[in-house]
Design a protein around this ligand. Structure first.
Ligand code: ADP
Ligand code: ADP
Length: 222
C-alpha cells in the first residue's frame, strides 16, 4: 500500500531530512513511526500526502509512483488519505457537525449524504450525541475524536496521524489508539507518528524508527 524505495529528502538549505529510507506498509497494517524530534517523521508523512516531493528515490502508494502524480491530481490523491494532527486543527467557531462535514462539503457531496456520513463517522468515534456541541465545550480527548471523525468521514484508505495523543493523558491516549485499531480492522492502512514509546511498545504493532533521517528499525515486516 505504502512503499518507500531509497527515499531521500533534502530541503533547500541543504539539510537531509530523510536518507535512503526504504520500507513497505501492507494494506492491512497499523504501523508506528517514531524517532527524536527532527528525525524526519513529519517529512515522511508530508511525502505521502504530496505536500512535498522526494529528492531521490521512489514513493509508491497503491502501486502509483507519486512522482507521476501531476499537480492538478494532488487533491484527488489527498482525498484517499485521512490526516489527524496533535492540535486537532478544528474550527472553533463551528459546531462538531460542521467540522466533520468540511471535507465532504469541499468534495461537493449533496447535503443528505453529508448528514448520513457525518453521523456515521461521529458514531464510530462515540460522539453521535455531540454533533451540535461547540469544540471548546468538549474535553481534549473528545476534540481529538472530532479530528479523527473528520479524517475518516471521506472513507480514506490511508489514515496518517502526527502525534495524535501528544496532549492527552495515558488513559485517553489508549482510547484514541483503540479507535485507530478499529479503523485498521475494517481495512484502513494506518501510520501513526508518536513519541510515546511506553504506549506504542505495549500495543505490539510494527514500529519504524528514524534517526537523523535514516530508518534504523522496522524496515521489514516481522
Ligand atoms: P520530525 O517530524 O521527526 O520532528 P521533521 O520531518 O519535521 O522531523 O524534520 C526533519 C528535519 O528537516 C529537521 O532537521 C527539520 O529542521 C528539517 N526541516 C523540516 N521541514 C523543513 C523545511 N520546510 N525546510 C528546511 N528544513 C526542514
Ligand atoms: P456508511 O457505509 O453508511 O458510510 P459505515 O458504518 O460503513 O457507514 O462507516 C461509517 C464511517 O466509518 C464512515 O463514514 C467512515 O468514516 C468510517 N469507515 C468505515 N469503514 C471505513 C473504511 N473501510 N475506510 C475508511 N473509513 C471507514
Amino acid at each position: 500500500m505504502i512503499n518507500f524505495e531509497r527515499v531521500s529528502k533534502r530541503y533547500a538549505e541543504g539539510h537531509d531530512a530523510l536518507r535512503e529510507v526504504s520500507f513497505e506498509i501492507a494494506r492491512d497494517d497499523l504501523v508506528f513511526l517514531t524517532g527524536h524530534s527532527g528525525a524526519g517523521k513529519s517529512t515522511l508523512m508530508r511525502l505521502i500526502m504530496l505536500m512535498d516531493r522526494a529528492t531521490r528515490g521512489k514513493v509508491m502508494i497503491d502501486g502509483v509512483d507519486l512522482a507521476r502524480v501531476a499537480r492538478r491530481n494532488i487533491p484527488g490523491h489527498r482525498r484517499d488519505i485521512g490526516v489527524v494532527f496533535q492540535n486537532h486543527q478544528l474550527l472553533f467557531d463551528r459546531p462538531v457537525f460542521d467540522n466533520v462535514a468540511l471535507p465532504l462539503i469541499i468534495s461537493g457531496y449533496d447535503y443528505r449524504e453529508v448528514g448520513r456520513r457525518v453521523r456515521a463517522a461521529l458514531d464510530k468515534v462515540g460522539l453521535l450525541n455531540k454533533e451540535r456541541a461547540m469544540p471548546l465545550t468538549l474535553s481534549g480527548g473528545e476534540q481529538q475524536r472530532v479530528g479523527i471523525a473528520r479524517a475518516v468521514v471521506g472513507r480514506p484508505r490511508i489514515l496518517l496521524a502526527d502525534e495524535p495523543t501528544g496532549n492527552l493523558d495515558p488513559e485517553l491516549s489508549s482510547e484514541i489508539m483503540q479507535l485507530f485499531e478499529a479503523f485498521n480492522q475494517v481495512g484502513v492502512t494506518v501510520l501513526i507518528a508518536s513519541h510515546d514509546l511506553a504506549l506504542i511498545s505495549r500495543l505490539r504493532h510494527r514500529i519504524l524508527t528514524l534517526r537523523e533521517g535514516r530508518l534504523v528499525q522496522g524496515a521489514a515486516c516481522e
